[in-house]
Each structure stands twice: as structure tokens, then as C-alpha cells.
Design a protein around this ligand. Structure first.
Ligand code: 0WD
Length: 254
């Protein structure tokens, strides 16, 4: 029970296929206590049974990261519930559809700003707002993808956002290390989720990854969940600023 006594918050569960659900489940199985958040009322009802299953005990809160006041409200609620928390999972990304297929040079400034705001800036804002309630031995985890390092067909705008997110992880790790806060990212292989459905020809990405990855498989949310749990636990106490690949080895291939 490596997460026994750990308390935290998980942002980015849309349903039971979400990567964040895999991470939350692994943490719960290892003894963690947590709150989870939902984007808007459309997700609230769907998430109620999931929150129950994860043992959240009613700790299911709204948090649309594009609304700063909802992040502030989340801190106040978490402080009442837990006092201090030990981990944050940021498993959130969004880009308007026009940024996820077609010609890259057609991307509008508006789409670019939205993608960077929700997928990158939100990590900085969440960490800053929740910092007063982060314990001195806490861990923050975000989710990236290889399309932020190399060209991947149709990943387009999200590739630029993931590149920014990976550097944000490193600069945050340096800045917060002195406060005992670790910040890491998992770069997961492609997984069929709601967010993935927005990416043009995603099924080709899955086939390509499976065919070319050393392990000849696509990863599951259980595999990403277990690695995420390690990053949030004291087992990884010497690790920060790391982009850890959980992709069946795909990234090593030439
Ligand atoms: O292949 C994949 N699925 C991979 C995903 C490979 C590698 C990385 N990732 C990343 C994604 O880019 C994202 O950062 O993992 C993270 C989680 O994505 P997911 O689990 O694939 O997708 P999903 O289950 O859809 O959860 C992402 C959620 C949103 O779901 P929808 O489908 O409604 O966009 O992010 C949340 C929302 O629940 N989200 C927000 N949460 C708060 N405020 C916001 C927002 N403004 N926008 C989206």
C-alpha cells in the first residue's frame, strides 16, 4: 500500500476510459484518498458513480480550468476536506477541431490560444493556486504525448502544446524543487479515449504504434495508471522534471 496516507486531487476524468481514471484507480488500490473534478454539468452525473467507486466520499467538484474562479474554489474546498494534499493529477488537454487535422499553417490564433490555455497554462495556474495546500513532500503529474517531440500526422496544434507542456514541467520542477514539490510528466502511447477521438485518423496511429513498438502492443490505462501511481508515490522521491515514456517503447525506434 504505497499510497497509504496520501491525499490528492485528480483532474481530467471524463469517463472510465480516461487515462486519469487509470491513474486514480491505481492510487486508490494502493491506499490513496482523493477528490476528483468534472468539467461541467454534462459530466457531473456520469462521474458520480465513478467518484463512488474510487472512494471519493462525495468529493466530486467542478473545475473548468479556463475559469480561474473555479480553480480558487477548488483550493478552498480541498483545504476544508483534507487540510494539505500530497498529489495532483493534471490530465487535461483541449484543442479546437481545426487544430487536429488539415494544413498546420491554417491554424487560427484563437485556436492556438485556446489549446495553450487549457492544455499548458492550466498546469501552471493549478500548481500556483493549490501550492498553499501542497504538503512538503508532494508530487504533481501531467500527461504528454510523443507528438510534442516529433512530427505525428494530424497531431498538429496539440503537438505544439505538448512541447510547451513538457518544458513547463521542467521549469516548474526546478522552481518548486526547493519547496519539496516534484513535477513530472508521463508521455503515454496512443489510447482510445474521448479526447483521442478528436484527432484525425487516430485508428491509424494505434495500428502504427502497435506494429512498430518494441513490445508490439498499445498501452492500456492500467499500465499508464501504475506508472502514474509510482510518480505520485514516494517510490519516485528522487525523480522530478522527468518525461517518462509509457508507450511500449515506441519512442526509441528510428
Ligand atoms: O492517446 C491518448 N489518449 C493520449 C492522451 C496519449 C498521450 C497523452 N494523452 C493526454 C491528453 O492529451 C490529455 O492531456 O492525456 C490527457 C488525458 O487525455 P485522455 O484520457 O486521452 O482523454 P479524456 O478521457 O477525454 O480526458 C481529457 C479531459 C476532457 O475530456 P473531453 O473529452 O470532455 O475533452 O480533459 C478535460 C475533459 O474532461 N478537459 C478539461 N477539464 C477541465 N477544464 C477542460 C477544461 N477546460 N477541457 C478538457
Amino acid at each position: 500500500m504505497v499510497m497509504k496516507g496520501k491525499k490528492g486531487v485528480v483532474l481530467g476524468i471524463a469517463n472510465k476510459k480516461s487515462i486519469a481514471y487509470g491513474i486514480a484507480k491505481a492510487c486508490q488500490e494502493q491506499g490513496a484518498e482523493m477528490a476528483i473534478t468534472y468539467l461541467n454539468e454534462r459530466f457531473e452525473q456520469k462521474l458520480a458513480p465513478i467518484a463512488n467507486e474510487l472512494g471519493c466520499n462525495g468529493k466530486l467538484y467542478p473545475c473548468d480550468v479556463s475559469k480561474p474562479e473555479e480553480i480558487v474554489a477548488l483550493r478552498e474546498t480541498l483545504e476544508k476536506d483534507f487540510g494539505k494534499i500530497d498529489f495532483i493529477v493534471h490530465s487535461i488537454a483541449f484543442a479546437p477541431k481545426e487544430g487536429l487535422s488539415g494544413r498546420f499553417y491554417d491554424i487560427s490564433k484563437e485556436a492556438f490560444d485556446i489549446a495553450m490555455d487549457i492544455s499548458v497554462y492550466s498546469l501552471i495556474e493549478i500548481v500556483r493556486e493549490l501550492k498553499p495546500i501542497l504538503s512538503e513532500n508532494s508530487s504533481v503529474l501531467t500527461l504528454s504525448y510523443y507528438g510534442g517531440v516529433k512530427y505525428i500526422p494530424n497531431y498538429n496544434l496539440m503537438g505544439v502544446a505538448k512541447a510547451a507542456l513538457e518544458m513547463t514541467t521542467k521549469y516548474l520542477a526546478e522552481d518548486l524543487g526547493k519547496d519539496g514539490i516534484r513535477v513530472n510528466a508521463i508521455s503515454a502511447g496512443p489510447i482510445k479515449t474521448l479526447a483521442a477521438a478528436g484527432i484525425g485518423d487516430f485508428s491509424f496511429m494505434l495500428k502504427w504504434n502497435q506494429a512498430h513498438a518494441p513490445l508490439k502492443q498499445n498501452v492500456t490505462i492500467e499500465q499508464v495508471g501504475n506508472s502514474g501511481m509510482y510518480m505520485l508515490s514516494d517510490l519516485s522521491s528522487g525523480v522530478t522534471g522527468e518525461i517518462h515514456y509509457v508507450d511500449a517503447g515506441f519512442n526509441i525506434m528510428g
